[in-house]
Design a protein around this ligand. Structure first.
Ligand SMILES: Cc1cc2nc3c(=O)[nH]c(=O)nc-3n(C[C@H](O)[C@H](O)[C@H](O)COP(=O)(O)O)c2cc1C
Length: 275
């Protein structure tokens, strides 16, 4: 919480552009409402994630209310590099939110509307990106689907065309589920970074090269979540995502309806010796 940080510790801010200048593809945890919070960011950073986004925060609420600030944003010394994502309709409100957050974040991101991403007419998307570049944005993340597309394949070719039309870094997003996918998408798009949402929910260790969520990562989540006082629903939901592939239908029926931290810990201990 912002006020606590002011009292207790100074944030060591970093320049995320250094990552893009390193010559390596930048591995990024996507903004995810309810999920990409401090505890989860701590976990994915442990497993080779270079840069994390907060969940989307409504800038107007953030500016207006100290209560909203405290509930929407928590950070600590190790939580860098960090990008705070805002949703804002008015430039002044976005500026005000940025001014409040700037001592604690390494950058801000403007949510330009999930799922409005690429346009059917790619020229319009390129034009929009070029306008954003001219306005001074540091980089742009592109999800390679149009508004109508939900489950269709991601248009990595479109991301490549956008990348080739821009001077600033471009980050590719969509359907990356493993480090191999990340390398493949980098190869197909020439993007400077890859951003992952659902792949990291299912396997927070994917950027470190694990094909499946290792048990150690589940144990780490339990430790980190408990240390951060993560609310039960969030704690439990993350475990459901992480354990999706290793639990049978029958096991899910039992695990997914558990209703307390102690019941979850008992389950993990009984079945996997974790917890
Ligand atoms: C649970 C969840 C929450 C999300 N919340 C946000 C958000 O707060 N802001 C945003 O721009 N996108 C949000 N997204 C979209 C993701 O950042 C990402 O663009 C999308 O899931 C496609 O990437 P993926 O194929 O790696 O999942 C969310 C996605 C998921 C699954």
């Amino acid at each position: 919480m912002i006020d606590d940080i002011i009292e207790t510790e100074e944030c060591q801010l970093t320049d995320p552009m250094d990552l893009f200048h390193s010559g390596q593809v930048v591995k990024i945890c996507a903004p995810m409402v309810r999920y990409s919070k401090l505890a989860f960011r701590t976990l994915v950073r442990k497993y080779s994630c270079d840069l994390c986004y907060t969940p989307m925060i409504v800038a107007a609420d953030f500016v207006r209310s100290a209560k909203a600030r405290d509930s929407e944003f928590t950070t600590n010394k190790g939580d860098h590099p960090l990008i705070v994502q805002f949703a804002a309709k008015e430039a002044q409100v976005l500026c005000d939110a940025a001014r409040i957050i700037c001592p604690f974040a390494d950058g801000i991101d403007l949510n330009c509307g999930c799922p409005q991403r690429i346009h059917e007419d790619l020229k319009r998307t390129v034009d929009l990106c070029q306008k954003a570049e001219a306005a001074g944005v540091s980089w742009i993340t592109v999800h390679g689907r149009s508004i109508e597309e939900r489950h269709q394949p991601v248009h990595y070719d479109a991301i490549k065309i956008i990348k080739q039309s821009m001077s600033i870094p471009i980050v590719a997003n969509g359907d990356i589920k493993s480090l191999k996918d990340a390398e493949n998408v980098h190869h197909l798009t020439e993007a400077d970074g890859v951003m992952v949402a659902r792949g990291l929910l299912a396997n927070p260790a994917m950027f470190a090269g694990y094909e499946e969520t290792p048990f150690q990562c589940i144990q780490d989540w339990v430790d980190i979540a408990l240390e951060h006082g993560t609310p039960f629903t969030c704690f439990h939901h993350h475990l459901m995502y992480m354990m999706e592939r290793i639990t049978s239908k029958q096991e899910k029926k039992v695990f997914n309806v558990l209703s307390s931290t102690s019941a979850v810990l008992d389950y993990l201990n009984d079945h996997y010796g974790l917890g």
